[in-house]
Design a protein around this ligand. Structure first.
Ligand code: FES
Length: 304
């Protein structure tokens, strides 16, 4: 039954209460919104609309603090919505709208040995799942992969939680950690410890596709976060549809973690990249024309 407190929390406005830059493009943001903090389960996400004019951006929940009524996200600023979020919002500022928790919680069960591979921002997405799988009695190992050191996230958090020997770091174009990508991380793991019972992946679609080819070939169960465009996050607009085996699923309702071995990754890559030129144009316009104006407006308001 809804308590007076939980009903009143519906009226809370989402507010940024913490922001920490951890790489040139990466930020952890802590957001106050008890409705999400109290109800989010590992694997779920929020949809953030920073201002009235912003696009809605799905973002994975990295951590929750129900006592404070807050949750954390990892923002890798790569498009207009994410750049807007990190450039224009600081501690104490309200966001226009945050909706969630969205999506299906990750199926936390006893699988046995689990290897969680996170590419770039995916390391943050996998973080609450790794904790929940360990609590459920699984033997949990982590691989954090990035193009360079700048895309390696949550390394110290994972090491603190699981110990140095359970966490491996890989970079594709850098000399940080071991050399290689998501498939190398899986192959090294198999050579050292044998085949895992489950691989969990989060990151970009092209990396998801490469990893799925390897897990399928080796017959390893694979649950992967499938990135997709999302508009309504309520199963109505079909923007987020993903082909899984012979079924079409709504990623905002059934995902974001789906059977990676069954996902049509080529289609996911094609659809997520479809508007990339327009997104680039929109980001350039935002950075060169809108952002300086919005910053001046904000400064003026703060000085009043
Ligand atoms: S985002 Fe509209 S159906 Fe999923």
């Amino acid at each position: 039954m809804a308590t007076e407190k939980s009903v009143l929390s519906l009226l809370d406005k989402p507010k940024v209460v913490g922001k920490k830059q951890v790489s040139p493009r990466g930020y952890f943001m802590e957001i106050y919104l008890p409705l999400v903090a109290n109800n989010a389960k590992p694997g779920q996400f929020v949809t953030i609309q920073a201002t009235e004019m912003s696009a809605r951006q799905p973002m994975q929940i990295v951590d929750t603090n129900p006592e404070k009524g807050t949750f954390s996200i990892l923002v890798e600023a790569y498009n207009r919505s994410t750049v807007e979020l990190v450039e224009l919002f600081s501690e104490g500022e309200e966001l226009f709208n945050v909706e969630g928790p969205n999506g299906k919680p990750f199926p936390v069960e006893k699988y046995g040995t689990v290897l969680l591979i996170g590419h770039g921002w995916g390391a943050g997405a996998n973080y609450p799942i790794a904790k929940a799988l360990a609590d459920a009695g699984n033997e949990v190992y982590i691989a954090i992969v990035g193009g360079s050191r700048e895309n390696i996230y949550c390394e110290s958090e994972y090491k603190q939680l699981f110990g140095e020997d359970k966490v491996s770091v890989y970079t594709e174009d850098d000399e940080y950690g071991k050399e290689g990508g998501v498939v190398q991380a899986l192959e090294d793991f198999i050579n050292e410890k044998g085949q895992p019972d489950l691989v969990v992946f989060a990151g970009g679609a092209s990396h998801g596709e490469m990893l799925a080819e390897a897990t399928k070939e080796k017959g390893i169960k694979n649950l992967s976060l499938v990135p997709s465009l999302m508009l309504c996050t309520s199963g109505l607009c079909l923007t987020c549809r993903v082909k899984v085996g012979d079924k079409m699923v709504m990623n905002c309702i059934e995902g974001p973690y789906l059977d990676g071995n069954q996902v049509d990754w080529k289609n996911v890559t094609f659809r997520t990249g479809y508007y990339w030129d327009l997104e680039k144009e929109s980001l350039e316009y935002f950075l060169n024309k809108l952002l300086p104006k919005l910053k001046r407006k904000k400064e003026k308001k703060q000085n009043q």
